[in-house]
Design a protein around this ligand. Structure first.
Ligand SMILES: Nc1ncnc2c1ncn2[C@@H]1O[C@H](COP(=O)(O)OP(=O)(O)OP(=O)(O)O)[C@@H](O)[C@H]1O
Length: 222
């Protein structure tokens, strides 16, 4: 479903190129879940952004759902993102002027992928059905992140990319949000690539990989 082959990426800085990824290979099967770990600055977000087609690698090949992302144009990458990917970040990035229900469905609707039954099920399972007419500022942090997860899954993506999705939440909300996210991912059959600092969070996923000095370390067995 997601294949990354010999990915290299350096950022241009005033001091010269800063190499971040130096030959990364990663494969994620349909429906599988993988935690991406590594020290701060090791390139986790960079890798996730490349998988999302939000940025391009200097070299290497990325294939998503059989389509080559690495050579696709920006509009083609955006179309693939809209239809095949769900994204969740540490910041929730909700639209303040839209209700909870509209935030949940907007992206799926724009991509022509909204199914009202699934949207309603998501609202209920995320504990947001009673709050459908509220606005994001009227929700707690945990509720806002649940909404952001619902939005990412409303279009039934093949792959959910999540960057520290519980990083902004207290321990109790983080646990609730993570459990819900994993249940919904499992039930919807989508694959999950999640960046996390937390070994405890990572242990809840099927696979774990660690980035270090631009490379992925050998995989730990579960
Ligand atoms: N746009 C950019 N321009 C220059 N350097 C960048 C840019 N984005 C990231 N970097 C640098 O690349 C390295 C990897 O950053 P990245 O955000 O991918 O790491 P990370 O592992 O996700 O870190 P964290 O866990 O702290 O979020 C860091 O040294 C960072 O400073």
């Amino acid at each position: 479903m997601l294949e990354m082959r010999d990915i290299r990426k350096a950022y241009a800085t005033p001091q010269g190129p800063l190499p971040v990824l130096d030959g990364v290979d990663l494969s994620l099967a349909a429906g599988a879940s993988l935690a991406l770990m590594g020290e701060s600055g090791s390139g986790k977000s960079t890798l996730l952004h490349l998988a999302a087609g939000l940025d391009t690698a200097d070299s290497g090949e990325i294939t998503l759902d059989g389509q080559r992302l690495s050579t696709a144009s920006e509009p083609a990458r955006a179309a693939l993102r809209r239809t095949r990917l769900g994204l969740v970040f540490q910041q929730f990035h909700l639209v303040p002027s839209l209700s909870v229900a509209d935030n949940l469905t907007l992206q799926a609707r724009l991509a022509g992928r909204e199914t009202p039954d699934w949207s309603q099920e998501l609202l209920t399972r995320l504990g947001l059905a009673e709050m459908a007419d509220r606005y994001p500022e009227q929700l707690s942090g945990g509720q806002q992140q649940r909404l952001a997860i619902g939005r990412a899954l409303a279009g039934r993506p093949a792959l959910l990319l999540a960057d520290e999705p519980t990083g902004n939440l207290d321990e109790a909300s983080a646990e609730t949000v993570l459990t819900l996210l994993l249940e919904l991912v499992r039930d919807s059959g989508c694959a999950l690539l999640m960046v996390t600092h937390s070994a405890r969070v990572a242990s809840r996923l099927e696979r774990r990989l660690t980035l270090s000095h631009g490379r992925l370390l050998a995989e730990e067995a579960r």
